[in-house]
Design a protein around this ligand. Structure first.
Ligand code: EPU
Length: 314
């Protein structure tokens, strides 16, 4: 006799009730959770169902529940490279915000870090232990999970350059550890993590004189403070092209200061769109199209967005 496949659950209230009944008290589940404040750009609608699993076994439960009942889910990280549309995100939004996911443990010259650990905290922990090589992480707003997923970079260094091994969970709720050399990465992408959840990584430091680490950290901070805007943004909007950095291209096209509603091309750096406090996702998306159209028409260049765009139109 074959077991019948579980019925898809369609009503958000039923999904929320069934999932809540499955999770342990240490996990959080809320409906209609505002997400704009959970992104650095500060736009976008709510999560239909928002879950913060307490630990890996709770995350596994949530993933299996979504698989078994055909419920769409989305992994929300620090929200620093993310544009959520104004209609919000349907299904379950999972955020690894619980303390179990953000540990940073120093083991000799390596750090075992959870996906929820802030990149800045990792860089500063490395400094405290006299370990260099990870200073560039200070310059990237976000947490480790997102940086792994998009192989984030700054100062000509990439996240995976500092990774010894990766820990991730597949969508069946099974955790794996894999040596970084066995994980494919490209500019701004780790394809494996497009269909798996980053749980963390072991990062490699190398002993270095304290002054050298401090100088490198200061250089990263300085670069960010002088060349990038301080207003809310999603970081770089476009990937650099093979021929020209996107920021320079936008600058050369004379588009700095261009505005749609509350979204403005930064005067400081052409590859940043800032939110003046009143922007909607629709404004930002319209401004992205203004830039892409100009790049195509005037320079024959197709700009690809680096920022991840998700959710429903309003
Ligand atoms: N430039 C201009 N005008 C501008 C902006 C830049 O002429 O308005 C020129 C700069 O003078 C420079 C070149 O364009 O010659 C590149 O600019 P920059 O050095 O600022 O670096 P980027 O390529 O624009 C990259 C990453 C950033 C990272 C910085 C710092 C991409 C898409 N961006 O920016 O990452 O912070 O290097 O290392 O690869 C992000 O991923 O969100 C991000 C901001």
């Amino acid at each position: 006799m074959t077991a019948l496949a579980p019925e898809p659950i369609t009503r958000p209230a039923d999904v929320a009730a069934e999932l809540a009944a499955l999770l342990a008290p240490g996990s959080a589940l809320r409906r209609n959770e505002p997400l704009a404040r959970r992104t650095t750009l500060r736009v976008g609608g709510p999560a239909e169902i928002y879950v913060e699993p307490a630990d890996e076994s709770e995350l596994a439960k949530a993933l299996r529940f979504c698989r078994d009942h055909d419920v769409p889910f989305f992994l929300l990280g620090r929200g620093s490279n993310l544009l959520i549309r104004d209609g919000g995100i349907r299904g379950v939004v999972i955020h690894l915000g619980a303390p179990a996911f953000s540990r940073i443990a120093v083991e000799g010259e390596q750090f075992r870090c959870g996906a929820g650990a802030k990149l800045k905290d990792i860089a500063l922990t490395a400094k405290r232990h006299g370990l260099g090589g990870l200073e560039f992480l200070e310059g990237i707003p976000g947490n480790l999970g997102g940086a792994l997923r998009m192989n984030a970079g700054a100062m000509n260094a990439w996240t995976f350059e500092g990774v010894a091994s990766l820990r991730f969970m597949d969508y069946n709720g099974v955790a794996h550890d894999r040596a970084a050399r066995e994980v494919e990465t490209t500019y701004r992408s780790c394809p494996l993590l497009k269909s798996a959840v980053a749980l963390g990584a072991v990062l490699k430091g190398r002993p270095a004189p304290r002054e050298q680490i401090e100088a490198k950290l200061a250089e990263c901070q300085q670069k960010r403070w002088t060349s990038q805007p301080k207003e809310p943004s999603a970081g770089c909007i476009f990937k650099n092209t093979k021929t020209v950095p996107a920021g320079r291209l936008v600058d050369e096209l004379g588009l700095k200061g261009t505005r749609v509603g509350g979204a403005v091309v930064s005067d400081v750096h052409g590859n940043f769109i800032i939110n003046d406090g009143t922007a909607t996702a629709r404004d930002v998306l319209a401004l992205i199209e203004v830039i892409r159209t100009a790049a195509r028409a005037e320079r024959g260049i197709e700009l690809d967005t680096e920022v991840e765009i998700v959710g429903e139109e309003e």
